[in-house]
Design a protein around this ligand. Structure first.
Ligand code: PEP
Ligand code: MN
Length: 337
């Protein structure tokens, strides 16, 4: 249930509602908007009668949230959430582009990639240090060494870093190097991992599982939010369909649908979503036109030598051209880049 306070409700009135919620054995999630305070009541399964709250002074309305995701829902938090990372705001009027290689491979590769994506206008550097690979014989990432190289690239370029964490016990280690913790598609429903990043002091980039519904994605976000971390960015990265020409099929519907259902920022990954370099630019434009708050794009200094995902990685010059071509699209939908 959510309790919507009147516009000029006093602190005492808000505190009285909070006290009553806690007396009922429920938890409070406060959302202090510009105009009014909304108190989210997260129950313990037992029904709560909205009328008892509506009678309290300062309360305008108390409404049950019927959707299974509560904290992630637009009803609970009508304004867009803006996730801030060292001066970069995801979910505001600017479309934020994150870019870099699939995996950190060596010092020269990550530094070259970081310099190139920064020069082209990317605001966040991506790069996997721990790679969840389909085959145990494929390159698994440089591990801690990869995290250290990301930190060197951040130091040099000033770009914050997003990198994947694949196990709950690794959250403290990855958090010491990463500015954003990435949960990969294969781990979207790893609930102990979601719990662990929910307790971390870092924003989270939550990628949609390749077979997951919107509701499953939002329930995964709910795990993170309900453990105390409000800084969650959702990512549409394509789902599996019957189409073999592309690696995945970008679900463009997901963008406007998520924007209706949730206040959390939504970005799109056209690299994993298509698997083909030639499709990255047009799909990036489509994502921005559909209302995405950002993009995450794979860029490699020498894609033909990449240890993973070379076929979908852009060369630095292609990335720079793409960035140029995105400006008019962003402008057409009232955004900046
Ligand atoms: C990645 O972004 O490096 C990645 C592995 O993507 P996904 O989890 O979407 O497959
Ligand atoms: Mn990849």
């Amino acid at each position: 249930m959510i309790v919507i306070m009147r516009q000029r409700a006093t602190d005492t009135q808000v505190n009285n509602v909070i006290a009553r919620v806690e007396q009922r054995g429920c938890r409070v999630h406060l959302s202090e908007g510009e105009e009014r305070v909304i108190i989210g009541v997260v129950g313990n399964g037992r029904p709560i009668d909205p009328v008892q709250f509506e009678r309290m002074s300062g309360v305008e309305r108390a409404v049950p949230v019927l959707r299974p995701f509560k904290l992630a829902s637009r009803e609970f938090h009508p304004q867009n959430t803006v996730v801030r990372i060292n001066g970069v705001a995801v979910g505001g009027s600017e479309v934020v582009v994150m870019a870099g290689p699939c995996a950190v491979e060596n010092r020269a590769q990550i530094l070259d990639a970081a310099r190139a994506v920064k020069a082209a206008g990317a605001k966040v550097l991506r790069g996997g240090a721990f790679k969840p690979r389909t085959s145990p014989y494929s390159f698994q990432g440089l591990g801690t060494e990869g995290l250290k190289l990301l930190a060197v690239a951040r130091e040099e370029t000033g770009l914050p870093v997003v990198t994947e964490v694949i196990a709950p016990e690794m959250v403290p280690l990855v958090s010491t190097y990463a500015d954003i913790l990435q949960i990969g598609a294969r781990n979207m429903q790893n609930y102990t991992l979601l719990h662990a990043v929910g307790e971390a002091q870092r924003p989270v980039l939550l990628k949609r599982g390749m077979m997951s519904t919107m509701e499953e994605l939002l329930m995964a976000a709910e795990y993170i939010l309900s453990h105390g971390n409000d800084h969650v960015i959702l990512c549409e990265r394509g789902i599996r369909t019957f189409e073999p020409y592309t690696r995945n099929t970008i679900d463009i519907n997901a963008v406007p649908l998520l924007k209706l259902l949730t206040h959390l920022p939504v970005i799109v990954d056209p690299s994993h979503g298509t698997g083909k370099r030639e499709l990255v630019a047009p799909v990036s434009k489509a994502a921005i036109a559909a209302g995405a708050d950002g993009l995450i794009i794979e860029v490699h200094p020498h894609p033909e030598e990449a240890m993973s995902d070379g076929a979908q990685s852009l060369e630095p010059t292609q990335f720079a051209e793409l960035m140029e071509s995105l400006h008019p699209v962003a402008e057409a939908v009232g955004r900046t880049l």
